[in-house]
Design a protein around this ligand. Structure first.
Ligand code: 5GP
Length: 114
């Protein structure tokens, strides 16, 4: 069996995180290395390795996560705008093989990304 990802270890309570939201389906916590004044990661509790591993069976879960993302943005007062980023695979810059949405806000974000 492959080793647990760092995010699975956070879900399982084996390592601490600054949790912003926790429900039956997903967990949101502040990134340990923030790239903006607000940098929160939203992850499914189900182990999905990346966008490439999403299936039709995950549609309701993904819809729920988008609702949670909007709720977190509102709670963290990101009314001036924010960005939601999902890195996928090596060229996409994904470093943790557990699906996650980055919520970045609190400053003006440039475009295009690097
Ligand atoms: P990726 O590069 O895969 O899109 O994003 C992974 C993110 O996870 C990075 O922004 C990184 O800072 C964050 N991260 C990695 N390990 C930990 C950890 O142990 N705790 C928290 N809170 N964030 C982590």
């Amino acid at each position: 069996m492959s080793e647990k990802t760092i995010f699975k270890r956070i879900i399982d309570g084996e390592i601490p995180a600054n949790v912003e939201h926790d429900d039956e389906h997903c967990l949101a916590f502040h990134d340990v290395s923030p790239q903006a004044p607000t940098h929160v990661l939203v992850i499914p509790k189900k182990e999905i390795a990346s966008v490439d591993a999403i299936s039709q069976a995950d549609a309701a879960l993904l819809g729920h996560m988008w609702v949670v993302i909007g709720k977190i943005a509102s709670e963290l007062r990101l009314g001036d705008g924010y960005r939601v980023v999902v890195n996928c695979g090596k060229d996409g810059g994904q470093t943790v093989d557990h699906l996650h949405f980055h919520i970045l806000g609190g400053r003006s974000l440039s475009w295009p990304p690097g």
